[in-house]
Design a protein around this ligand. Structure first.
Ligand code: ZN
Ligand code: ZN
Length: 366
């Protein structure tokens, strides 16, 4: 019995040290028992597959959930209390705007390409805020389908909020209860550096979560701000406009901290730096962009990595904060890459320990 107690204590310590967030140095370090679990639960929105082919006039059980999806991201403004399973004008119009924003043909139907785009994991921030957007659907030209590819560019929050001009050094801190390792914190440091390279902004880590300008927290489900997370995939993270500074990540995702060299789209693992670079864009005042290559595009495929700012992101952020005098390019590809060859000993060790501990408990239970 005593051995049981020791090992259950060990398990408790291991789990509480990460406060429900899952981190893995790389994809191959995710233990098989977790991958099995991932395959069973993958995709908060996978059920939407059954609506492929739906169009105006149809009525399909559960279609109200698709309306809720579009309402979440700003495409429908009416209350979910009124949603029915009928494919009505409101849904058709929402789908058309969504298609324009994501560079799809605006058919107004849930065609295959549109469904595939909807299923992709994405940022929880809406694409349309208070009924307005500067993504594609907000441009008059986008009504001309032959032009819908050419009008996209960066956007801001309504009112163009930004950090005040006398504040060029912003502090960031991590929720202490998350007890993140230095390796995980370093991923955020790297993500911040991508934005400071192209602007006059600087970012420094603070130990005081309460007073920091930017507050980073891994949280799960409903966490008090009216924007609940939804478990594996679905929404991955969200961040508030300046000067709020709140940056929340879904603690139920399987976050990969070392980066991913090979795209593995069948896997429900999410590259932490890719998401961090995107959310920092919001924290600084950028909205979503219809430019698919940009960091501020709303979706990211699971198992992929996208961390480089492109000219669309750089032009947007420089409109808010000016340019870094040391930066004279239009691309940030010169950001120094971290050495990913075994640079994360403690995280690897954590994964190994967890794997061994779970194996041992399994033996005890047998
Ligand atoms: Zn976003
Ligand atoms: Zn939140």
């Amino acid at each position: 019995m005593r051995h049981h107690f020791v090992f259950f204590t060990l398990i408790l310590v291991l789990f509480s040290s990460t406060s429900s967030a899952h981190f893995f140095p790389n994809v191959s370090s995710i233990p098989p028992w977790i991958l099995k679990n991932i395959n069973q639960t993958a995709g908060a929105w996978d059920a939407f597959n059954k609506y492929a082919g739906c169009r105006a006039g149809d009525k399909v059980d559960g279609l109200a959930r698709v309306k809720k999806y579009f309402q979440n991201f700003g495409y429908i403004t009416e209350s979910p209390l009124n949603f029915t399973d009928a494919f009505d004008d409101v849904l058709e119009s929402a789908i058309k705007n969504y298609q324009k924003n994501f560079n799809l043909e605006p058919t107004g139907q849930l065609d295959n390409k549109t469904i595939q785009q909807i299923l992709r994991p994405r940022c929880g921030n809406p694409d349309i805020v208070n009924g307005t957007t500067t993504m594609n659907s907000g441009h008059p030209d986008s009504h001309n389908t032959s032009l819908f590819h050419s009008v996209a560019h960066y956007s801001f929050f309504p009112g163009k909020p930004r950090w005040p001009s006398n504040k060029r050094t912003l502090t960031y801190a991590f929720l202490p209860e998350n007890q993140l390792t230095d390796n995980v914190k370093a991923v955020f440091g790297q993500a911040f550096s991508r934005w400071s390279m192209v602007t006059q902004l600087n970012f420094t880590q603070s130990e005081s979560y309460r007073t920091a300008d930017i507050r980073i927290a891994f949280v799960t489900g409903d966490h008090g701000d009216g924007e609940p997370f939804d478990g594996v995939l679905g929404t991955l993270a969200h961040a508030f406009s300046p000067p709020s500074g709140f940056f929340h990540l879904d603690g139920e995702e399987n976050w990969v901290i070392e980066g991913m060299n090979t795209p593995l789209t069948t896997m429900s693992a999410v590259d932490l730096e890719s998401v961090a670079v995107h959310e920092i864009g919001h924290l600084l005042g950028l909205g979503h962009s219809s430019v698919e290559e940009s960091i501020m595009f709303p979706t990211i495929s699971s198992g992929t990595r996208k961390v480089e700012l492109v000219s669309d992101d750089i032009e947007g952020i420089q409109e808010l904060y000016g340019s870094n005098p040391n930066f004279n390019g239009t691309s940030a590809t010169s950001v120094q890459q971290r050495d990913t060859s075994g640079a994360y000993p403690s995280a690897s060790l954590w994964g190994l320990t967890l794997f061994l501990a779970v194996g041992f408990v399994h033996i005890i239970l047998l």
